[in-house]
Design a protein around this ligand. Structure first.
Ligand code: PLP
Length: 385
């Protein structure tokens, strides 16, 4: 649904409509030039042939070094597999891990892809509901209650897309204890780890002890932190048998991401965090503007995101109302269709993320766009009666 909204908005834009699109999940910044230069240099040096299916040794080493330097996690490069984006890493993990009927615990609202992939590979998603009232967070008790003898893994997206919520160390420790007790893997999606606000620091659950490290399947990549969504480089890092199985799977399926993208990713991971921190400062300004604007609209319940670049306000107080042309707004799908057609504003219905009460706005776009978007949202919502 997120891609569908974005595609529809782009089609309308191409037809000349003045659409403001807050649907996309990608930074509006360009890939830093030192990364592009590294890619160009690799082409000039003729690095254009097949690489090992699990990725070039330089990149696997860069990932291993990064995990130790930034996360305090020690995983040798032999246990790293370079994938075609984080989405592909998640797919590889689930395809490798799941047998028919295995359950995967997913906190809701969730990133759209998780339950679809779990189902695709024969598993059953088990959701733990959260809401603005719970800060979009699950409790350790809720996690334990969701675990059954069929539970193979939980998916932890921290910071979260779509909620912007971030678990701290003590919360992760409580989850780790339960996962270790029940021998359940955690697929730790750390793609937004460096987009954090108010002085928060990234914490990988794998850093919280040897027992949980043995159950942690890290998926991460360069898409968001280095504004490299189109380069398609992600990675898996985790226990040796799973890395080996993913490597075997990948060698028969996609082989490896483009050589040129892998060299770009080496430069990204070895090049420091200045870029992502600067980008984060800009996202922070936008975050505050968006949330303040949302909170100024009567009937909107907007929590302050702690990480990533999304706001997920509850807007269900507008359901049951009618548009100026008499259409009923029954839920988030109707609301987003109305905002797109009447206000030329593209936002994503909460239903896509498993929570119909909310809508998701990406603030990875310019302040000018955000000002327009907030005016249109306010106008559209207040026109409902
Ligand atoms: N994981 C989460 C939580 C995401 O939000 C996204 C993209 O929106 C991805 C993974 C996909 O990342 P990639 O573009 O590297 O496949």
């Amino acid at each position: 649904m997120t891609v569908a909204i974005d595609t529809c908005a782009k089609e309308l834009q191409a037809l000349g409509q003045d659409i403001v699109a807050l649907g996309a999940g990608e930074p509006d910044f360009d890939t830093p030039s030192h990364i592009k230069e590294a890619a160009i240099a690799s082409l000039r040096e003729g690095k254009t042939k097949y690489t090992a299916p699990t990725g070039i040794p330089e990149l696997k080493k860069a990932v291993s070094d990064k995990l130790s330097r930034e996360n305090g996690v020690n995983i040798p490069s032999t246990q790293v597999v370079i994938t075609s984006g984080v989405k592909h890493a998640v797919a590889n993990v689930l395809q490798t891990l799941l047998n028919a009927g295995d359950e995967v615990v997913i906190p809701a609202p969730y990133w759209v892809t998780y339950p679809e992939l779990v189902k695709l590979y024969g598993g059953t998603p088990v959701f733990i509901e959260t809401s603005v009232a719970t800060g979009y967070k699950i409790t350790p008790q809720a996690l334990e209650a969701a675990i059954t003898p069929r539970t193979k893994a939980m998916i932890l997206c921290n910071p979260s897309n779509p909620t912007g919520m971030v678990y701290g160390k003590s919360e992760l420790e409580a989850f780790a204890k339960i996962l270790v007790k029940h021998d359940v893997y955690v697929i730790s999606d750390e793609i937004y780890e460096h987009i954090l606000y108010d002085g928060r620091k990234p914490i990988s659950i794998a850093s919280l002890g040897a027992e949980i490290a043995a159950l942690t399947l890290i998926v991460n990549g360069v898409s968001k932190a280095y504004a490299m969504t189109g380069w398609r480089v992600g990675y898996f890092a985790g226990p040796a048998p799973i890395a080996k199985a993913i490597g075997a799977l990948q060698s028969q399926a996609t082989h490896h991401p483009a050589n040129v993208s892998q060299y770009a990713a080496v430069a990204a991971l070895n090049g420091g965090l200045d870029f992502v921190h600067k980008m984060g400062e800009e996202f922070d300004r936008r975050r505050k503007f968006v949330v303040e604007s949302l909170r100024a609209i009567p009937g909107v319940n907007a929590p302050m995101p702690e990480g990533a670049f999304y706001a997920l306000p509850e807007v269900s107080s507008f359901y049951g109302k009618q548009t100026p042309t008499g259409k009923l707004i029954a839920g988030s799908l109707d609301l987003c269709a109305y905002l797109l057609s009447d206000e030329l504003l593209a936002v994503v219905p909460g239903a896509a993320f498993g929570d119909d009460r909310c809508i998701r706005l990406s603030y990875a776009t310019s302040m000018d766009n955000l000002r327009k978007a907030m005016d249109r949202l306010r106008h559209g919502l207040l026109a409902l009666s």
